[in-house]
Write a protein that binds this ligand. Structure first.
Ligand code: HEC
Ligand code: HEC
Length: 231
């Protein structure tokens, strides 16, 4: 008799299991992220498609981001591209120069801690372009000193598209002051070496930066992140 009474309780417990199971990152990506992010590749192959893109490509996320950054950012997203995915759509004329029209930019979806952890882990498994990453070797010893900012600003003109402090620098590319937290050094090296190897239609130019200076630029970006402009 006692066993018979226990049986319904066992069933109740079993039916609750799925709800108690850990969040499924891959399922969340499909359901809540795939409408804006390319999770499978290949990258867009026409300018028209590039301008229509609703979010950055994530199909090589595991080779691009620091996983702990993804997990934290998804719970508290802060703007990375000051003028959105395609700056032309979010710029208005100002008294002296064009300004970002904030009213046309939406905030990013926020996840709870458990979902963010599961999604960050699922994204870390998306590893397209591994050959590009394996070809890079980061040298933390190539210290840029004051030359870092000089190269970024004057010598290679990166500042025209990238901010190195909130509000200081161009708005047609992602801000660079948190890039060192977000991105792996190997991804940064590879992207600066050849932006089009990652995204054939992207408007970042290949500046043909010599190897030593590329290492210094990446170390400059890593140092910049330590200033915590985002906090
Ligand atoms: C409505 C469209 C939309 C949806 C839905 C969306 N995103 Fe995004 N996502 C964006 C845009 C736009 C950006 C660029 C934000 C910026 O630059 O500030 C972005 C940026 C990101 C970034 C940073 C990428 C980078 O390289 O800068 C990650 C990671 C990310 N999204 C993950 C997700 C995940 C995970 C989901 C689902 C839970 C999701 N997104 C849902 C539009 C979207
Ligand atoms: C004409 C504008 C332009 C110039 C000049 C430019 N970039 Fe970019 N950069 C971009 C765009 C656009 C992206 C990618 C945007 C995206 O993924 O949404 C990018 C991406 C990057 C990324 C990856 C950032 C991320 O969050 O994905 C790094 C690192 C970077 N650029 C560094 C540089 C450096 C270093 C220079 C100078 C040698 C430079 N850029 C010059 C426009 C530019």
């Amino acid at each position: 008799m006692k066993q018979l009474l226990m049986l319904p309780l066992v069933f109740v417990f079993i039916s609750l299991l799925p709800a108690m199971a850990a969040a499924d990152g891959t399922a969340i990506l499909q359901e809540r992220c795939a409408s804006c992010h390319n999770l499978k590749g290949p990258p867009v192959s026409t300018l028209a498609d590039l301008w229509q893109r609703k979010g950055p490509d994530l199909f090589y996320a595991g080779n691009k981001y620091n996983q702990s950054w993804v997990e934290a950012w998804l719970q508290n997203p802060k703007r990375i591209r000051p003028a959105g995915m395609f700056y032309i759509d979010h710029i208005k004329p100002g008294p002296k120069r064009d300004l970002v029209d904030e009213s046309t930019l939406k905030g990013h979806i926020k996840l709870n801690a458990a979902d963010a952890k599961a999604v960050a882990s699922a994204l870390a498994d998306l590893k397209a372009n591994s050959a590009l990453i394996k070809a890079e070797k980061h040298d933390p010893g190539m210290v840029p000193g004051p030359l870092g900012e000089m190269m970024f600003d004057k010598i290679y003109g990166c500042l025209a598209c990238h901010q190195i402090e909130p509000g200081y620098g161009g708005v047609s590319g992602p801000e660079i002051y948190t890039a060192g937290k977000r991105l792996t050094p190997e991804f940064m090296l590879s992207y600066i070496r050849s932006p089009q190897a990652w995204d054939p239609k992207i408007w970042m130019p290949n500046k043909h930066v010599p190897e030593a200076n590329m290492q210094k630029l990446v170390n400059y970006i890593l140092d910049l992140s330590k200033e915590n402009f985002d906090e």
